[in-house]
Design a protein around this ligand. Sequence first.
Ligand SMILES: [Zn+2]
Length: 117
Amino acid sequence: MARWKDILRERCPRCREGRIFRGSPLRGMLSVHERCPVCGLRFEREQGYFLGAMYVSYALSIPPVALLALLFWWAAHWPYDVAILAAFVAYLPAAPFVARLARVLWIHIDRGVDPNG
Ligand SMILES: [Zn+2]
């Protein structure tokens, strides 16, 4: 439970105090500190590190988009392809927030698997 709280508070996986992002979502949506301001843990281990977060973001996005597509198809009786397109458009405003959450999840998953790498 504490781990989920840290993830939702966007805190460092090691010290659980340092903020992962430089600012609020309104200022710099995906701007990650190079190192934890409290314990110095390097967040972006290597170039392209956050590519893994894209897979997490994809996994987080498929269920709601599929649900929206089914809802549009079922409730509005739109053709399936139109319902899918509408679902993607309806989901767009949530995408930056999901991408931010995916980065935090990726850092926590990666540090959980390989804490000293
Ligand atoms: Zn830290």
